[in-house]
Ligand binder design. Structure first.
Ligand code: SF4
Length: 101
């Protein structure tokens, strides 16, 4: 196999700024959706986006995956998913909190 000898392309500052702006817009849109359709998950998404809680990131992803029906996460049937071993369990509990809080 031939090694790539070209240096990696560095993103232009303006390009990186555009990516950051796009990411912020997408996150704001996601938070607006969560606030509207599943407000009980809003704080978890916010903590996940802040980068302060990997636990909240996993909880949020699994909750979204299951259509915000937290009780279904314990019954997940996708053991090939990389998050399977880390998904919140306990039939409706997400990391010690009741799902309906
Ligand atoms: S572990 Fe299950 S519920 Fe969580 S993201 Fe993966 S497939 Fe979805």
């Amino acid at each position: 196999m031939k090694a790539c000898l070209e240096p990696p392309i560095q993103p232009l500052a303006a390009t990186q700024e555009a990516v950051d702006t796009c990411s912020q817009r997408k996150r704001a849109a996601k938070l607006a959706d969560v606030k509207k359709f599943a407000p009980k998950f809003l704080s978890r998404f916010q903590r996940a986006y802040s980068g302060r809680s990997l636990r909240c990131a996993v909880d949020s992803f699994c909750a979204e995956c299951m259509g915000y029906e937290v009780s279904e996460i314990a019954h997940c049937t996708a053991p090939a998913c990389p998050l399977y071993s880390y998904r919140p369990r306990g039939g409706g509990k997400v990391r010690g909190k009741r799902a309906n809080q």
